[in-house]
Design a protein around this ligand. Structure first.
Ligand SMILES: C[S@@+](CC[C@H](N)C(=O)[O-])C[C@H]1O[C@@H](n2cnc3c(N)ncnc32)[C@H](O)[C@@H]1O
Length: 312
């Protein structure tokens, strides 16, 4: 039997879904606008997400215990800092707020870029936190790095967690697990030739950079400077395919990108390379969500039976 029900908004390829199901969650509704992401989601979870969330009324969304959403960051028009729905209407965050107001799930977890707290001089974040609190939630937030959760990817993300019950006593996970790039990379013998850079590109990089570690991920920034580390910098949905090279020689495969985000190898790749790269770059790191969700579910369990000691 499912331990909790949840909805997956801005679902992408289901980073939240992967994490929630590992704790016995049951997805009762998902929404995603991108046709290819929907196809990948359906192939992997047997549930086709509904389309544009702005078009889905509250009464078509089932009741649920938890709401998950990695939402796009947009500026708000702040009218006198009122922190009401007037300020956020027309933004995708509004969709989260109106569903929280209508459904009042016990728990939510939201994900966004690290810069969210500084966006528009902090006004966006103040509005978000104020709106969530005005809806009756006890809200916690932190910037977490995938590198601390067993994934060899420097990916810093703002995570916001909210509890309807103010007795909830939550803290973000403190334990760090360092991931190894070796565990993510496929043996070169298994990697298709199409992923290897041309000799010209390899030599151009070698002329500029010598790596101190092996294996390593080489990263070329916008000004053409190259650095390499035993981990990847953040995967990005829209970035040029060439900015990351394994050992300065080849691109990451779609499977390696999914592994960098914590998706298991049982995740079926049904879209082409370009789409899968975009999907992996958009996803939330599964291990990060798992670690936070574990603490959040423990906090909920403690409310229900206060004598219960934290399992970890
Ligand atoms: C940052 S990604 C979230 C990825 C997801 N957390 C994952 O693990 O794959 C945001 C997603 O929101 C989707 N999106 C944008 N606007 C939307 C809308 N109006 N309704 C539903 N989905 C939307 C995008 O297509 C994109 O896949």
């Amino acid at each position: 039997m499912a331990k909790f029900s949840y909805i997956d908004l801005f679902a992408g390829i289901g980073g939240f879904h992967q994490a929630a199901d590992s704790f016995g969650g049951k997805c009762v509704f998902a929404s995603e606008i991108d046709a290819e992401a929907k196809r990948a989601y359906a192939a992997n979870y047997g549930l086709t997400p509904d389309d544009d969330i702005t078009k889905i009324p509250n009464d078509e969304i089932p009741d649920h215990d938890a709401l998950f959403a990695g939402f796009p960051c947009q500026p708000f028009s702040i009218i006198g800092n009122r922190l009401g729905f007037d300020d956020i209407r027309g933004t995708l965050f509004f969709e989260i707020a109106r569903i929280l107001e209508a459904k009042k799930p016990r728990l939510f977890m939201l994900e966004n870029v690290k810069q969210l707290s500084r966006h528009d001089e902090g006004k966006t974040f103040r509005t978000i936190l104020g709106t969530l609190e005005n809806l009756g939630y006890k809200v916690y937030w932190s910037v977490l790095n995938a590198l601390d959760f067993g994934l060899p990817q420097k990916r810093e993300r703002t995570i916001i967690v909210g509890f309807l019950d103010h007795k909830a006593c939550f803290s973000f996970p403190a334990d760090k697990t360092i991931g190894k790039i070796e565990d993510v990379l496929q043996p070169e013998s298994e990697v298709d030739q199409k992923y290897f850079a041309s000799e010209h590109i390899v030599q151009k990089r070698l002329a500029k950079h010598k790596s101190e570690c092996h294996p390593s991920i080489w990263h070329e920034n916008k000004s053409g400077n190259i650095s390499s580390y035993p981990y990847s910098c953040a995967l990005r949905a829209g970035a040029s395919y060439n900015y990351l090279l394994v050992n300065g020689r080849r691109r990451l495969t779609p499977r390696e990108m999914l592994r960098l985000q914590g998706f298991p190898d049982s995740f079926k790749i049904v879209c082409n390379d370009g789409q899968t790269r975009k999907q992996a770059g958009n996803a939330v790191p599964v291990n990060m969500v798992k670690a936070v969700l574990k603490e959040a579910l423990e906090a909920l369990a403690e409310i229900e039976s206060p004598q219960r000691k934290k399992a970890v």
